[in-house]
Design a protein around this ligand. Structure first.
Ligand SMILES: [Zn+2]
Length: 255
């Protein structure tokens, strides 16, 4: 397999880079990535991944577009209000890059039971899962799935002026995992964007960092398993912190 003339033009800024080149672009074109949550993080993540030429994107989100989303969810327009986010996102991403195959699941990823559609969403072979949700139940489900399948997991969140990202390369590392940082029995946080607010571009910064991390991992450049990156947009500062494996973690600890 090699690139055609259109692809050589379209992806020329990748092809100019020695550590991407044609071989790297072909890896991206052959990749299948699941993005869970098409809100403030999922919008920039999906836009950059479609633009980068990721071959297949699967989108999962049960929500419909609301007027209050437009302050930060940059894929949507006022005309989209009332429609499923995944359908509007799929349309916009296809307009951006018709080569990318987009699948849309308007399901909630929560308990993992067959009734909520999670099993259907997780049935495909993904190279990597991107967590752009706002709830712990979905995060823990994705974490378990990625540990079991030994695939990459890139999780981020943001509230107010602050965002954080943590990524796991389970293809090469067993632990720590997400539940080593936040155990599975932890209650959902009471503060969220819906009741506490968020600065739109903080989500853009974190989403761009997620997309960069995804591209890096798909190309095979990754050495920061379990490192948390926190951004304080008000102070204009980044902080890094290495997560530690928890002995006896019910998800990633060896039996
Ligand atoms: Zn763990």
């Amino acid at each position: 397999m090699s690139l055609d003339d259109q692809q050589f033009m379209r992806y020329s800024r990748h092809l100019l880079m020695d550590d991407i080149g044609e071989a790297g672009q072909l890896k991206l074109l052959n990749a299948h990535v699941l993005i869970v949550g098409l809100g403030g993080l999922g919008c920039p993540v999906s836009l950059y991944l479609a633009a980068a030429g990721i071959g297949r994107l699967s989108l999962c989100d049960p929500d419909r577009v609301e007027l209050s989303n437009l302050q930060r969810q940059v894929l949507y327009t006022p005309e989209d209000c009332g429609d499923f986010k995944v359908d509007c996102a799929a349309k916009a991403l296809q307009a951006l890059n018709s080569e990318t195959q987009v699948s849309a699941f308007n399901y909630e990823l929560s308990t993992g039971g067959a009734a909520d559609g999670s099993a259907q969403v997780l049935a495909s072979d993904y190279d990597l899962v991107v967590d752009c949700t706002d709830n712990l139940a979905a995060r823990h489900l994705m974490n378990r799935h990625c540990v079991e399948r030994k695939i990459g997991f890139v999780s981020a969140s943001a509230i107010g002026w602050e965002g954080q990202l943590v990524a796991f390369d389970f293809g090469h590392n067993q632990n720590p995992c997400f539940s080593c940082i936040i155990p599975e029995n932890t209650a959902e946080p009471t503060m969220n964007c819906g009741n506490s607010g968020v600065v739109g571009p903080v989500l853009g910064a974190m989403g761009s960092l997620q997309a960069t991390t995804v591209i890096r991992m798909l190309l095979g450049y990754f050495a920061q398993h379990g490192e948390m990156q926190r951004y304080d947009g008000k102070a204009g500062r980044w902080f890094n912190l290495q997560a530690q494996a928890q002995e006896g973690c019910g998800v990633c600890a060896a039996p």
